[in-house]
Design a protein around this ligand. Structure first.
Ligand code: BGC
Length: 868
């Protein structure tokens, strides 16, 4: 896009004089064109927000004064944010960075066991170096940013709250504000000024690895929570705003991170602009109105353009239309992902409107130098730099950083007694109790008497790391021991304390063995910790390969022991089998360091009274199939437990224990299920078979002996395929097939009654043209046979060159043994012609009901009629 600064340095002055204005014009023109394209009448979508923090003329005057004294180098240094592991206190003294961060797993002295005092000492040193003007000639205080996303989670001994998904279930807005206040206090104790939270993603596809960082799938709830959390962190505008015990908040990740296709982390969001506002912007509406002072750009893209490089979204929408006057920080080398940029060199990000570039690794130095260079060369306008620095200074002035004492001398600094204090943990325990959602309580098994003989099993029972999830001391949260959470408690410990005090008997055994047959077994299991893209899934089935938890639940039940499941997870997952094998089932999310609070809800007290009833309500609907992923606003979306579901003690709700357990493509309802719609269904693969050779189809055009496959356009680009078979059957077996794994397809095959294909014939048809479907149970008892139907007659009846829909009643299929796909893979569709064939196909659907009346095998209709 831009000539790199290095290249520009090599040009002579005359070339630069001619070239640079032309480049700038091209850039401005390019941006303008894009903006106009995207807007298409969208001018009214983004409202001017009535932000509660008003412009302050004293602050604005001070900004101008400071700015007027600054050199270009000093200004750009304000915009560079290096990471703890890649710069030193001496670098801070020399360059005067406006801010710095510790990324997840970044600790003072690289020591994950760094004490509160170590964190504070480093904050003080960095601050002193930043206000030391001896080398860089400037004394602007730096600010330290950290990911306090569920409490001050990088620091050993902090109070770790439930991850946001659990907080979403509490529906307790004042509690959210309180949690933010406690978080701010613990952050301040360590001398840190700025936190990268709250995450206000509105998650639309729970396969996303960051689902648990979101409060809800509901934009309205996210808007309310965002406002409350920002107020808790920063204080109330016009009230205790940044008074004493507050820190700067960050709304992240702007914008649409929760709505990427397939829930891909850092993926592409294709919402239209109205949806972008209605769904994904609501956290910003709430949080910015409450006065959030920073916004972090998202790694993701909107319609293929990286947000970090989107001048339209960052400058035009966020800053100009919505009226945000704080700062926009980039994510972890996110600028380097913009087309044409690298981590070291990215004028595009600055021009788009990023005010601070988060630049971990040693890339900060070349990025600093290149950016200075690009301003000198006129590639980045100086006004943009002045705007960015003004925003940074505005935030620092509002937060009082210029006037406050140094970190070690501030309110709360080093108050070790308040760090992870009992008061703070009480707030976290309340959050844990209120976040628990009771999904099943057959026979009112819960609450349990503390006098019972209780077995506690499962690998999450005595595992604070597992119950805390990612972003817990380390980034992925995978390498923690219970001793890494001093002051915290495991779920088992909570039960043990109370049962022992009440005179009951309790035994902990991960594998579920026991010395005395228990009255009840509590099994704590669920997802192992993960963060960001490491947690992305292809479907929502819990533990589909290793079903050790399920085996444990079943074996306890077989022994006649009532089973209570406590499920730890960062998202709702398809757990039908585990639900069936449990008498009671609690969604506990990722409760954090205060596991003991779980027992405060599940156990009665010594007087046999309920201590705390369940109050948690789902803030994410719970899937009824592993592929119930998105379309939460679709009226056909029928979750197992809807948004807002949550039982209370005494509710007489009996959940049947025969929920479907097959990992299938989902239920084949009236609407049918697509085997192929432009591409094969996610769980299926497409193959070309010729002779003995099967090849998975990857390319647009693929040729095997006697068979030619290519994608074609029906309505949109490449939404159909055309296949040609050459030569006769005697020259070798030829198939196109769409297949998947047996266990994933069983329900589908048995629930289907008809198949329909949208096809176009391109030449004369000879007999036979077999369509093969794994035989559905409606036709035969066997689950491993194949049935076939010769569609040659139907094809011949079609007008050539016109798309038509053929539907065949599966009861007309007859037994067929020539299927290609063997072993544990089965095909849901095969096309097999004995002679030459030239056929185009755009859609293949299975339906639950027969498409035709039972006496008729087929129907042929214009393909625009898709439902029946
Ligand atoms: C995450 C951000 C986080 C940043 C700094 C990135 O990987 O996406 O949410 O604030 O790292 O740790």
């Amino acid at each position: 896009m831009f000539p790199r600064a290095g290249l520009l340095n090599l040009m002579d002055k005359k070339t630069k004089t001619l070239l640079i204005p032309a480049l700038l014009l091209a850039l401005i023109g390019g941006c303008q064109a894009r903006v106009n394209d995207q807007l298409v009448g969208g001018g009214n979508i983004w409202p001017k927000l009535d932000v509660e923090v008003k412009a302050d003329s004293h602050i604005e005057v001070r900004i101008d004064e400071i700015l007027s004294t600054m050199t270009l180098e000093q200004k750009v240094a304000q915009m560079i944010q290096p990471e703890l592991r890649d710069f030193t206190v001496e670098d801070m003294r020399k360059y005067g960075f406006g801010s710095f961060l510790n990324g997840a797993s970044g600790f003072p002295n690289n020591d994950r066991y760094a004490t509160v005092q170590d964190w504070l000492d480093l904050a003080e040193k960095m601050h002193q170096a930043s206000v030391d003007s001896s080398l860089d000639g400037i004394d602007i205080p730096t600010m330290w940013g950290t990911d306090a996303v569920h409490g001050h989670n990088n620091v050993v001994g902090a109070t770790l709250f439930p991850h946001n998904i659990g907080l979403g279930a509490t529906r307790n807005i004042p509690l959210i504000e309180k949690i933010a206040e406690v978080t701010a206090a613990e952050v301040l104790i360590t001398g840190i000024d700025w936190v990268f939270s709250p995450t206000v993603a509105v998650v639309r596809d729970d396969r996303w690895g960051r689902t648990y960082e979101g409060y809800s799938e509901d934009p309205d709830l996210v808007r309310l929570y965002a406002a409350a959390f920002v107020k808790g962190l920063q204080g109330q505008a016009g009230g205790d705003f940044f008074a004493g015990q507050h820190v700067i908040s960050t709304l992240k990740h702007f914008i649409g991170d929760g709505g990427t296709i397939d829930g891909d982390d850092q993926g592409n969001n294709k919402s239209n602009e109205q949806e972008l506002f209605n769904i994904h912007a609501q956290g910003y509406v709430g949080g910015l109105t409450a006065g959030a002072q920073s916004v972090m750009a998202s790694f993701s893209s909107w319609h293929g353009e990286k947000i970090h490089g989107s001048k339209y979204l960052i400058t035009n929408v966020l800053k100009e239309r919505m009226g945000f006057d704080g700062l926009v920080v980039g994510d972890w080398n996110g600028h380097g992902q913009i087309k044409g940029c690298s981590n070291e060199d990215c004028p595009e990000a600055v021009i788009a409107g990023l005010d601070i570039l988060m630049v971990p690794t040693k890339a900060w130095k070349p990025l600093l130098e290149n950016t200075i260079n690009q301003v000198e060369l006129g590639i980045i306008p100086l006004e943009r730099i002045d705007d960015a620095v003004s925003r940074i200074l505005r935030v620092k002035l509002r937060a009082g950083l210029f006037d406050k004492a140094s970190p070690a001398n501030r309110v709360l600094a080093g108050s070790v007694d308040r760090f992870g204090s009992e008061n703070h943990r009480q707030v976290a325990r309340q959050a844990v109790r209120e976040s628990l959602v009771l999904l099943k309580n057959n026979g009112n098994l819960l609450p349990l008497s503390p006098n019972f003989n209780i077995l506690v099993a499962g690998d999450g029972a005595d595992n604070i790391g597992k119950q805390s999830g990612g972003w817990s001391i380390s980034w992925q949260g995978t390498d923690n021991k219970n001793s890494d959470f001093p002051g915290g408690s495991s779920i088992y410990e909570g039960f043990a304390q109370q049962v022992k005090a009440a005179g009951g008997h309790i035994e902990l055994n991960i594998e579920g063995e026991f010395s005395r047959k228990p009255d009840v077994a509590i099994v704590v299991f669920g997802e192992d910790p993960y963060a960001e893209g490491h947690g992305d899934l292809s479907d929502l089935a819990y533990s589909k390969d290793e079903q050790t938890d399920l085996a444990l639940l079943k074996s306890l039940k077989e022994q006649g022991i009532p089973v209570v499941s406590i499920f730890l997870s960062g998202r709702p997952l398809w757990v039908n089998a585990e639900l069936n094998a449990s008498d009671a089932f609690v969604a506990a999310w990722l409760p954090g360091s205060e596991g003991q609070a779980v027992a405060e809800v599940l156990l009665r007290d010594k007087q046999d009274k309920v201590q705390h009833n369940f109050s948690g309500k789902l803030s994410f609907s719970w899937p009824s199939s592993p592929l119930q992923l998105v379309n939460k606003t679709d009226r056909d979306y029928r979750p197992l437990f809807p948004y807002g579901f949550g039982l209370r003690y005494g509710d007489l709700v009996h959940l049947p224990s025969d929920l479907p357990e097959e990992f299938g493509l989902g239920s084949v309802d009236k609407k049918g299920i697509s085997i192929f719609e432009g591409k094969p269904h996610k769980l299926l693969k497409m193959f070309l078979t010729s002779g003995k050779k099967d090849v998975a189809i990857h390319a647009n055009t693929q040729v095997s002996t006697g068979i030619h496959y290519r994608t074609i356009d029906k309505m949109v680009q490449e939404d159909a395929f055309r296949v040609k078979f050459f030569g006769q059957e005697s020259s070798g077996v030829k198939f196109v097939s769409i297949a998947g794994r047996e266990k994933e397809l069983a329900t589908l095959a048995s629930n289907s009654s008809s198949i329909s294909l949208t096809v176009k014939t391109d030449s004369a048809i000879s007999d036979p043209v077999w369509v093969v479907v794994k035989c559905p149970a409606t036709i035969t008892d066997s689950n491993s046979c194949y049935t076939a139907y010769d569609i040659a007659d139907e094809l011949r009846s079609l007008p050539p060159g016109i798309w038509q829909q053929i539907s065949i009643n599966l009861s007309c299929f007859s037994k067929y043994s020539n299927s290609r796909v063997k072993g544990s893979a089965v095909s849901l569709f095969e096309l097999h012609a004995a002679e030459e064939l030239d056929l185009s196909i755009s859609n293949i659907q299975l339906y639950q009901t027969a498409k035709t009346n039972s006496t008729q095998c087929n129907s042929v209709m214009n393909d625009t009629v898709t439902d029946f």
